[in-house]
Design a protein around this ligand. Sequence first.
Ligand code: ARG
Length: 569
Amino acid sequence: MIEKIKRQLHSELERALKVQFSIEVPVIVEEPKRANQGDISVPVFPLVKAFSKPLVEVVDAVRSLILETSLNEYFESVDVFGGFINITLKKQKVASAVIADFMINSDNIGSCAFGKDKTICIDYSSPNIAKPFSIGHLRSTIIGHALGNILEKCGYKIIRINHLGDFGTQFGKIIYAYIHYGSEEAVKKNPIAELEKLYVLFHEKAKKDPELESKAREIFRDLEQNDPKYQSLWSWFREESLKEYMQVYKKLNVNFDSYDGEAFYNDKMKTVIDELKAKALLVQDEGAMIVDLGAELPPALIQKSDGSTLYITRDLAALFYRKATYDFHKCLYVVGNEQKLHFEQLKRVVGLMGYPYSEDIVHVNFGLVLQDGKKMSTRKGKTVKLIDVLDEAVSLSLDYIVEKNPDLPGKEEIAEKVGVSAIIFNDLKNYRGNDFEFNLQDMVNFFGQTGPYLQYTSVRINSILAQAEFQFTGKVDGSWFEKDHVYELMKTIGSYGEIIEKSALEYAPNLIAKYLLNLASLFNTLYGKDRILVEDIEEKQTKLHVLYMVRAILNDGMNLLGMQIIERM
Ligand code: ARG
């Protein structure tokens, strides 16, 4: 709400300066640097030169303009403080506006429409077939899913794409190893673990017999040319792996519009290569085909000397396919920092091909998950199995619930929601580009900067509202809003939509996560100070309205982040 008032004031002030003084200088409307200086501050220094009058006169003139704006009904006082004009708003007026706004948007709170009629493709999760779903893929899944929800709230149409790593020379190796050392029974029993074992075994054998490498390459080449025997093995491996990933997606409540992975583009790369040739961008380099990207970037390797294609070749084909199919406004790739160079190269190649939408390729990068400061891995140096991590979080949550509330009915189901949401929240509260420490014990704590803390706060409000049999009518007694801690909470409630907008523009779910923590903590402070279920009906109604809005936002925000809402815990 304050942001809305600030924006309005900004545009009215600039207009008035132009109309009345023919001055066209950008006006600054900001929040005061210090507490007790009101809600909004306008620094006058930047205008002095344009006025070419002494500061005191300029301050006077600007103050009069501010008082003449349509917002003046909100002003409690407009004070001069050195070269600043500080505006204090009428608390009750702001609070009523927040409530009115909430009611207008009650079926989709915090929503806006700036993405209307635009499509955003989000490429996320994208694990590699025959390999375990790693903690890195978990980050991609969580961040991508949340961004989809957040952008959808801003009006965009979202296409969720799981660009499975289901193609590449490694499949030649896995197929070779399966034919020579594998068994159908073992793969059926434990698909990913078994396929991974075969992959490792291949490398052990290939160390002693380098011939195997070229045999695997041949197999992959035949696979690329649709050899039916290899094709059927490949699609079986893919199917079995996908079944395992689906268990994770089910736990996380995540779904996709498309599971077209790298293999889907097998027959779509020739046109890309032809186009690169026709545009004279492909150069021979020791038998391979590359695109030279100038001095700052290493060349993009498009085709190997044996004719096989690469990761980037498939990403080019995928991008063109997505542009043609979805006509995206942006195409996001939620992928770790380690692929920064890959996406820079992709962008550059597309730019060189003459497509302006190379600018719409966005690498939504993220950092590593660390344990004791090191990249998270199991003792043997293998990647951590995600499903085990999720299960552990759930079991820790259950311990916690049993300790706090042993008689709670449906404990197991609740623990499932708490544990998984705890992991999601812990990931999203950090700025995605940074690495973060993974500590399950901390994440499931009900009283920290955690997911369970938000769920618990929402549950607490549930029980108060249920006791009071509350109905939201919008009729309130404003005097309570005069208290500083209540006003602070109302301002925060009123800024939910602005936070969503900012987090959508910056692809930064952490802004919403931090906001929700702040909202919950303001509420808990208030709950410690003020009795809610008082005798006076009007006062009680007013307080319950505030609680109702807090809960609605907490639930909506948790939902945006991909967390689960809980009724009781
Ligand atoms: N499968 C890749 C990996 O695990 C991620 C794919 C990301 N998406 C893409 N279009 N390149 O590293």
